[in-house]
Ligand binder design. Sequence first.
Ligand SMILES: [Cu+2]
Length: 282
Amino acid sequence: MTRPTRTHALRLLIAWAVLSVIGVLIGLQLQLPPGNQSQQAVDESWLLQLMTIISTPVFVGVVLFILYSAFAFRQRRGALEDGPPSYGNFRVQVAWVAITSVIVFIMAGIGISELASTANGTNFTSSSQPALATSGSVGTTEADALQVQVIAQQWYFTYRYAGYGGVESLHLVLPVDSNVVIHITSTDVLHSFWAYQLGVKADANPGVDNVAYLTTLRTGLFTVRCAELCGIWHGNMSDTDGSVVSQADFATWINNLQQSESDVTLPPYAPYYFPSPRVKGS
Ligand SMILES: [Cu+2]
């Protein structure tokens, strides 16, 4: 018994529509990483969700067609025969090209508008920024944002706060509702600074000041990891004690740090560093 092509097409269309709607509804409920601790993380989660929702009907269509064909058009028992030859289908070809073009143009439009919105040199998106009580006030431009230097080294990260005399910390602590410019560098080999929940990941190279922008939105802990194989203890280069704290807590914390390091002589603050030359026998 062979069914007309129309019946197969109609069945596939109905099943595809129903499953796609279910898939998109599930996609809308997803909480995708990296989360909502910073504006950048929110943007990344939103983009991931959008991509998931756009690709769900495509995924459902392809898998459904394969499964349906394997069942409905399978070789029955008996003599092995070739299927009927196919000569292309004009309507399917036009629809195929048109639909994929529309999807690609929508993606390109989103990409161009995102690029245009960050073309002013920073990608700070929040409009109003309360200023910090102490030095290094936080504003809406790169110049008055909090400057933090991430120094990668085998096998941990340290953080220096340029606006606070270049004090150095073992954990990254940031004030909430603030624009932060992160300067990432290394003193030895290639590392990669990855503050997972903040949605920031950038290479840490010696002799390079690699800049990333961040707008903190919510207090809480975050994880920092090295994301570039950098030597035998690379796997240990992880810190779960990064934190976004209230502006008052940040002021207290940085004050205490300044006090505790008042009698410590740190190397001079520089935009970036080079590995010290390795002397024979050292
Ligand atoms: Cu590393």
